[in-house]
Design a protein around this ligand. Structure first.
Ligand code: NAD
Ligand code: TYD
Length: 352
């Protein structure tokens, strides 16, 4: 038995593979294109681990994916591969269309053909699990109930529009071709190996580097934060007992305004690694131009996952965020490695 994980050198994919192999011996074949967002360092601890096979490649490369499927005959495929940064999708949507839409389509085609080649026994347990986001549901007003699986798709950024398109393709391959799919729509993740252009790792990195902490607009936009390892445990649960064809919302009931998140990070840093000049990290907060089309509020109703599959997050925001800050403090070498020249070019373009 083997599973295939795409996007395995990125933030959530790497956490998933590491957790998977820490918990059982079922081998993992992992496929990643190694874009700017990836880092093979994330998987370094598995370098000599016979249970892990890393392949560099594109989910849109039909020949490569077909060969991987024929060679390894995975009993499940978990699709994490995506272009994932909203701000990058605003500056250049093309890569998002290519990977999130065309890439997912090509992957589904390869999987459809592979599924057709299976024995009845293999086919009965095979699963294709597509990892998606709450951003497909659009933006909530302050008093709206949290997103349930019944909410309409109303994506507002090129990123969320391409993820929505991929979710629809996955659904269609189930309805039309009978592919045994599962889809998860998760809220914002945070934790180890998070690329430092997303809010939480960016703020930790900038704070320690004595740089400004950029808050878009008024900082009152709300995100619903989930510790990445809780997302991974939810995916394992859905893979194990999720009902084929269903979608499951994943979230930690942790709605926070961005400014509150940044202040919480500053307070932990004040505690764990006080500034040399005795001032507070929060003094580094700077308000910058808002993101165009910035969604005001996301909130996930994860009660279906809890009720039907018995999943609950292990971390609160308070425990998870402290672990995260500790991880970044203990892994400064990882941060220096990823904050390469290309990363600095991006920051210059984004924040002038
Ligand atoms: P990430 O950007 O950190 O990692 C994505 C990985 O996919 C990278 O390693 C990249 O090299 C790889 N990749 C990109 N294009 C590829 C292609 N064409 N073929 C193969 N590999 C490719 O993203 P992440 O935060 O780890 O997100 C993983 C998945 O989870 C995405 O599908 C994302 O939409 C979804 N998601 C993310 C969050 C979040 O808060 N980060 C929340 C909900 C859902
Ligand atoms: P981000 O981590 O990019 O995730 P997403 O846009 O997918 O939710 O951003 C989280 C929130 O933080 C979002 O409302 C945008 C905001 N933000 C800032 O205020 N400043 C920043 O420098 C960044 C990167 C994000």
């Amino acid at each position: 038995m083997t599973i295939l994980v795409t996007g395995s050198a990125g933030f959530i994919g790497a956490n998933f593979v590491l957790d998977w192999l820490a918990q059982n011996d079922e081998p993992v074949v992992s496929l990643d294109k190694l874009t700017y967002a990836s880092n093979l360092e994330n998987l370094r601890s598995l370098e000599d681990d016979a249970r892990h096979t890393f392949v560099r490649g594109d989910i849109g490369d039909a020949a490569l994916v077909a060969e991987l499927l024929t060679t390894h005959r995975p009993r499940a495929i978990l699709n994490f591969a995506a272009e994932s940064h909203v701000d990058r999708s605003i500056l250049g949507p093309e890569d998002f269309i290519q990977t999130n839409v065309v890439g997912t389509f090509r992957l589904l085609e390869a999987v459809r053909s592979y599924y057709g080649s299976m024995s009845e026994n293999e086919a009965s347990t095979f699963r294709f699990l597509h990892v998606s986001t709450d951003e497909v549901y659009g933006s909530l007003a302050p008093a709206d109930p949290a997103f349930s699986e019944q909410n309409r798709y109303e994506p507002n950024s090129p990123y969320s529009a391409t993820k929505a398109a991929s979710d629809h393709l996955v659904r269609a391959y189930h309805q039309t071709y009978g592919l045994p799919v599962l889809t998860t729509n998760c809220s914002n993740n945070y934790g180890p190996y998070h690329f430092p252009e997303k809010l939480i790792p960016l703020v930790i990195h900038n704070a320690l580097a004595g740089k400004s902490l950029p808050i878009y607009g008024d900082g009152q936009q709300i995100r619903d934060w989930l510790y990445v390892k809780d997302h991974c445990s939810a995916i394992r649960r859905v893979l194990e007992v999720g009902k084929v064809g269903e979608t499951y919302n994943v979230g930690g009931w942790n709605e926070k305004a961005n400014l509150d998140v940044v202040n919480a990070l500053c307070a932990i840093l004040d505690d764990e690694q006080p500034r040399a000049d005795g001032k507070r990290y929060a003094d580094q907060i700077t308000y910058v131009k808002d993101r165009p089309g910035h969604d005001r509020r996301y909130a996930i109703d994860a009660s279906k996952l809890e009720r039907e599959l018995g999943w609950k997050p292990a971390e609160t925001f308070e425990t998870g965020i402290r672990k995260t800050v500790r991880w970044y403090l203990d892994n400064q070498a990882w941060v220096s490695n990823v904050t390469s020249g290309a990363y600095r070019d991006w920051l210059n373009r984004q924040y002038q």
